[in-house]
Design a protein around this ligand. Sequence first.
Ligand code: XMP
Length: 183
Amino acid sequence: MAQMTPATVRLKPLFTRDEIADAVRRIAAAVQRDYDDKNPVLVGVLKGSFIFLADLVRQLEMSLEIDFVRLSSYGAGTQTSGQVRLVQKVERPLKGRHVLVVDDILDSGLTLKFLMDYLARQKPASLRLCVLLVKRGQQYVPITPDYHGLQMDEGFVVGYGLDWDQKYRNLPDICVVEMDGGI
Ligand code: XMP
C-alpha cells in the first residue's frame, strides 16, 4: 500500500497488520507469564501507545490496572528536541506496585529514560519497559526494553498509533515516511 499525497509524501509499508498482531501476541504471552498474579499497573505513554496498549491488554487474562502519562519532546518535526516535559502524570500512587510502562517505539530513548527515572523515584515494587518497536542502534542513552516486538533501522515511521504531526495514527500497518528531498 504505497500512498501519495499532493505534498509528495510516500508511506512505504514496513510491518503489516499481521506482523504487528504476531508481535503483540508474543509480548502478551511473556507479560502474562511474568505478571500473572501481580496485579500490575500498565502505564501507557500518550498518545502513541494507545492502539498497542489496547491490543495488548485485551490479550492479558489477569487482574491489572491501566494509567497514562503524557510527555512532550517532539514538536511537529521528526527529530527529538531532547527536552522532555511531563504533561500528564499518573493518577494513582505507584509505590509498591508492579509497573509496566507501555510505549509504541524506542528511538533516541531520551523520553523513556526520563520517564523511567521519574517513575523509579515513586518506589514501585518493580518497573519494566515494554515497547512494540525498537530502532536499532539509535539510542543516545543507556536504555533497554524488557519486552519488545519488532525492530527496525533508521527512518521515521507512522501508523498503528504512531504519528507524523498528529496524522496517520489510524493506519493499521506501520509505514516508513518518505518525502522527496528527505524528511
Ligand atoms: P525517543 O526518541 O525519546 O522517542 O525514544 C520518544 C517518542 O517519540 C516518538 N517517536 C516517533 N514517532 N515515528 C513516530 O511517529 C517515529 O519514527 C518516532 N520516533 C520517536 C514516539 O512517540 C516516542 O515515544
